[in-house]
Design a protein around this ligand. Structure first.
Ligand code: G1P
Length: 293
């Protein structure tokens, strides 16, 4: 019987050291791109893909994430009193009623593989999505995860979202080698975490979007410490690939690495140019500003 993807895991326990000092007291996933925190974009992408259970793997200093998705009685009362109905409506629609949130604590930051494994009791024996909110993906319509779920519905196997990166940057990503099986789709032959350019098998990088079968949990359990001394999801996927088909999928859309200052700035510019309230004013400003560079 074919399975559906109904759960998404958001590993959000990371310290966000690349964005310090902004992330000293604020969760990196709460940094806003224009007017929405990164975590909200990630959850909206999951909802657009038909996912109904959001599983956040959190850590210390991340209370603002559950607060963001919680009902805010005081704020709603104030907005009601002052007749700000549009804002009230927007707040109430942050999370549709059919969507539920589950929070799991990752007590020790032992790596992405370990974070995903923390979600095992909630995921159970089902295929599931993993979304890293740092990687913000704009595809102009259905969203990256929806594209991947559509492929999953046909293939019923694990899928990694990938994109070609500058060959000098392979040390920042999980890098795959694959055999193309259809346009944009490949069958994984190998995967390695953050190889130096000289030894990288390709420049095809895994970005923060995965669909995984539950067999990944057993693989994580037997995965030792890998790159950076952490339990790497990449290494568990390398083991999974030996038992079952794992696909790579070159998604449509633009990705912004919001964990880096430059990527975060690009995302703000691009989302500013798309935002219905400010796009015209912002575009006019940019044109005028660029002429002075
Ligand atoms: C993680 C993964 C890496 C992947 C990357 C995508 O690395 O370990 O394989 O390419 O996310 O953003 P991180 O950026 O958390 O170090």
């Amino acid at each position: 019987m074919s399975k559906n993807i109904t759960k998404a895991v958001f590993p959000v326990a990371g310290l966000g050291t690349r964005s310090l000092p902004a992330t000293k007291a604020v969760a990196k996933e709460m940094l806003p791109v224009v007017d929405k925190p990164l975590i909200q974009y990630a959850v909206e992408e999951a909802i657009a893909a038909g996912i109904e259970t959001m599983i956040f793997v959190t850590g210390r200093n991340k209370n603002s994430i559950p607060d963001h998705f919680d009902k805010s009685y005081e704020l709603e009362k104030e907005l009601e009193k002052s007749g700000k109905t549009e804002l009230l409506k927007m707040l109430r629609e942050l999370l549709p009623p059919h969507v539920s949130c589950v929070f799991v604590r990752q007590a020790e930051a032992l790596g992405l593989g370990h974070a995903v494994h923390c979600a095992k009791p909630v995921v159970g024996d089902e295929p599931f999505a993993v979304i890293l909110p740092d990687d913000l993906i704009e595809d102009g319509s259905r969203g990256c995860m929806k594209q991947m779920v559509e492929l999953f519905n046909k293939e019923q196997s694990s899928i990694l979202g990938v994109e070609r990166v500058d060959p000098k940057e392979t040390h920042k990503y999980g890098i795959v080698e694959h055999t193309e099986t259809a346009p944009k789709v490949g069958r994984l032959k190998s995967i390695v975490e953050k190889p130096k350019p000289e030894v990288a098998p390709s420049n095809i990088a895994v970005v923060g979007r995965y669909i995984l079968t539950p067999a990944i949990f057993e693989k994580i359990e037997t995965t030792g410490r890998g790159a950076g001394g952490e339990i790497q999801l990449t290494d568990a996927i390398a083991a999974l690939m030996k038992d079952e088909q794992v696909l790579s999928y070159e998604f449509e859309g633009n990705r912004y690495d919001c964990g880096s200052k430059f990527g975060f700035l690009l995302a703000n510019v691009e989302y500013g140019l798309l935002h219905k309230e400010i796009k015209d004013e912002f575009a006019a400003y940019l044109k005028q500003r660029v002429s002075r560079v």
